[in-house]
Design a protein around this ligand. Structure first.
Ligand code: ADP
Length: 231
């Protein structure tokens, strides 16, 4: 797409583990020509590379707990200031606590930017559990394959990647329920937080991938249309 004339966009995808944030963020980032920032992917990359950050994050992620705010915010602050964020970004998995949302406000203020919209992917807890138990992830590129109940024989076929597919340790049944619980306690309050600020848009995440993508595009267009009328 032609990104030369486009405006800056800052979009947050909210939703429980398995709600489709990652899948939708990839599609939306491609469509809008903005960066996709997944804190889960950033942590996993650091774990793979054996960095200090990765070592800290691993202990929390394996238990289904959140990585401490201070560590996460520092990582996101560095990431949003990279050159590929010039036209904006989609945040997938951040913020996950009210403290992170407050910190993000500060980072955005320093950048003289404000959020475009917060899209809340709504999926019932039993559907989330079912999806997580069938989810396989590419070790090399992080692509998610939601549809398998057993390990697929072939490797990742996204783009040019041929990485090995694996089930994320935190997608195992014993950790799944805990992550959904953590979401309810620590992240769900962000729905009210952003609703109060007039930024929350509800999206029915139980539709097909294509349909959810369309609903998201419609929502972003609608928000931008409203903004044009109020300026
Ligand atoms: P999902 O896509 O299933 O929602 P993610 O890949 O986004 O999961 O995140 C995996 C794990 O990484 C989380 O369970 C948590 O331990 C850690 N994590 C990711 N983002 C954050 C964050 N913003 N704050 C704290 N921990 C995080």
């Amino acid at each position: 797409m032609d990104t030369s004339k486009q405006c800056w966009r800052g979009i947050i995808l909210l939703g429980g583990p398995g709600s489709g944030k990652g899948t939708q963020a990839v599609l939306l980032a491609q469509k809008l020509g903005i960066a996709h920032i997944s804190t889960g992917d950033l942590f996993r990359e650091n774990i793979r590379m054996g960095t200090e950050l990765g070592k800290v994050a691993k202990t929390y992620i394996e238990k289904g707990e959140l990585v401490p705010d201070e560590v996460t915010v520092r990582m996101v602050r560095e990431r949003v200031n990279r050159p590929d964020c010039t036209n904006g970004f989609i945040l997938d998995g951040f913020p996950r606590t009210v403290a992170q949302a407050d910190a993000l406000n500060q980072v955005l203020a320093e950048m003289h930017r404000s959020l475009t919209a917060v899209l809340n992917l709504q999926v019932a807890p039993d559907v989330l559990l079912e999806r997580l138990s069938r989810r396989w992830t590419c070790k090399a590129c992080g692509a998610v394959f939601p549809e398998f109940s057993a390990p697929p024989r072939a490797g990742c076929k996204k783009e040019v990647c041929d990485g090995e597919l694996y089930q994320r340790p935190d997608d195992k049944p014993e950790t799944q329920r805990h992550r959904i619980e953590v979401y309810r306690e620590q992240t769900a309050p962000l729905e009210a937080y952003y609703a109060e600020r007039g930024l929350l848009v509800e999206i029915d995440g139980e539709n097909s991938i294509e349909r959810v993508h369309q609903l998201i595009l419609d929502a972003v267009r609608c928000v931008e249309e409203e903004d044009r009328h109020t300026v």
